[in-house]
Design a protein around this ligand. Structure first.
Ligand code: FES
Length: 104
């Protein structure tokens, strides 16, 4: 069942920043792209590396293991060696809370 879960507060993630979060065992990465928030699964589709320590610039994050880049807004794999997209999750802001919709 899908549910909105509080993942962070607005002041946790300024523009151009990201934050790795564990939502009931689901590894999620939250991004602030010019004031818009996006969430993807924190697992590279190439070989399972966490993306949380990878470089984040503009709208992409790079996998720290082999360098594949993913679009943080769409989840699309932008460069090899990854070809499959990462999962994305809806995000909304209520007051100071950032909520992510995930399957629990
Ligand atoms: S594990 Fe991410 S590019 Fe290989």
């Amino acid at each position: 069942m899908a549910a909105w879960v509080k993942a962070a507060i607005v002041s946790d993630i300024g523009p151009g920043q990201k934050k790795a979060i564990d939502l009931d065992g689901l590894a999620v990465l939250l991004f602030n792209v010019n004031g818009q928030y996006y969430a993807i699964e924190d697992v590279c589709t190439h070989d399972g590396a966490p993306l949380g320590s990878g470089r984040f610039s503009n709208t992409w994050v790079a996998c720290p293991r082999h360098g594949a880049r993913f679009d943080v807004c769409t989840g699309k794999a932008l460069t090899m060696p990854a070809v499959e997209p990462v999962d994305t999750y809806p995000v909304k802001v209520e007051g100071n809370d950032i909520l992510v919709e995930v399957e629990l």
